[in-house]
Design a protein around this ligand. Structure first.
Ligand code: G3H
Ligand code: ZN
Length: 283
């Protein structure tokens, strides 16, 4: 069932978080919703700007909306790390139920101004909006951010940003990084606590792949309500394809190869939903 991220986050209570998976095509989108349906868990399908370039906006929107409509659990379809107001608007026109406008690379006032524009337009579509402030480490979509430049989000600035923009979900920088970690992550739990106290909307965690179970659970205990999972699902996808074709190099039937990959991805999704505590939380 199609839902907005706001509607799904409304269901979240202390102690668990909703998973938001980056998807690219029919197979990973179906793997996510089928596993979530099996476990009676709400879930979010996200398509990044570069995934949209790969799949095509119309294809991506239709694949994700159909995947959502095929199941009885609430599923939101969100643009992830959209870098322009135009792209956010185009996603709304194509039926996305949520957009993330990522103006974190802009000066604060410009980030506020552009995010507000997206929020205003989204209100007309009934779409929810996620905004970002601060620099999340690692590779952020196509933009490589040097680890040393990563700076955490200031709680006072965050409060101002959230109030001035009217966003529904806030993505802060708390020490995580996109992609696999090249050195042990240093997650600032106190910063999460301070942000939680200062900011009135749900917090989204970016860069969850590679974090330990203990750290993820601590972050959820501190009030993270949405956990973005990208690299782990991509790795499960490509590793299963590699494994299958190495084992059976003569196989030429795409249905067999991709059905196998879908099952492997479902295992990863089931494991993440269990870890985040969203199993049996769909109403
Ligand atoms: O927006 C997407 C997520 O932040 C993905 O991060 O690839 O490290 O899991 P990840
Ligand atoms: Zn992210």
């Amino acid at each position: 069932m199609l839902a907005t991220v706001k509607e799904i986050l409304h269901m979240v209570t202390p102690g668990w978080a909703v998973a938001a998976f980056n998807v690219h095509n029919l197979d990973d989108a179906r793997a996510v919703v089928e596993a979530a349906e099996e476990l009676n868990s709400p879930v979010i399908l996200m398509v990044s700007q570069s995934a949209l370039e790969y799949a095509g906006l119309s294809f991506a929107a239709r694949i994700c909306r159909t995947a959502a409509e095929e199941v009885r659990i609430p599923v939101a379809v969100q643009l992830d790390h959209g870098r322009s107001v135009e792209l956010a608007l185009a996603c709304m026109h194509h039926g996305f139920t949520a957009v993330m406008f990522d103006g974190s690379h802009l000066p604060l006032e410009e980030n506020i101004a552009q995010t507000r524009q997206v929020v205003k337009a989204a209100a007309r579509f009934g779409v929810s909006v996620e905004g970002e402030l601060g620099v999340i480490g690692g590779k952020e979509d196509e933009l490589a951010v040097a680890d040393q430049e990563s700076n955490l989000t200031d709680p006072q600035e965050a409060q101002r940003f959230v109030e001035a923009t009217g966003i529904d979900v806030f993505a802060p920088a708390v020490g995580t990084a996109h992609g696999f970690y090249t050195r042990p992550p240093r997650i600032n739990l106190e910063r999460v606590r301070a942000l939680r106290a200062q900011v009135k909307v749900p917090l989204a965690l970016h860069g969850s792949s590679g974090l330990s179970t203990v750290v993820l659970k601590q972050l959820i205990a501190e009030g993270i309500a949405k956990v973005n999972i990208g690299t782990d699902l991509k790795a499960a996808y490509t590793a299963s394809l590699r494994g299958f074709l190495t084992e059976l190099p003569e196989e030429h039937e795409p249905r067999k190869v991709f059905a196998f990959a879908r099952e492997q991805m479902k295992n990863l999704v089931r494991e993440r939903l269990g870890l985040l505590g969203s199993v049996d939380k769909a109403r």
